[in-house]
Unconditional design. Structure first.
Length: 84
């Protein structure tokens, strides 16, 4: 994959019920500013999957792209790991 200025994220596909669209949930861990406890933050991204190759439970890499619809601003770059 060539180096571009686009943001990339990796996450788990939690829904593929739409045509050519998947919902990817990413998780990041950060330390709470006051209490110091490690907190998980989750975010859901709607991503375009042209070949409809991603299934629920797959680990995928998504790349930022131009707006494709009201909610879609990401596309699936590759499937990193298939779900069992």
């Amino acid at each position: 994959m060539k180096a571009t200025g686009r943001k990339t994220r990796s996450g788990v596909v939690i829904s593929n019920k739409m045509q050519k669209t998947v919902v990817v949930e990413t998780e990041r861990r950060l330390r709470h500013a006051v209490y110091g406890k490690v907190v998980k933050k989750q975010h859901r991204f709607y991503a375009h999957d042209e070949k409809m190759q991603a299934q629920e439970g797959d680990l995928v890499r998504i790349v930022e792209t131009r707006p494709l619809s009201k909610l879609k601003r990401w596309r699936v770059a590759e499937v990193l790991k298939k779900a069992e």
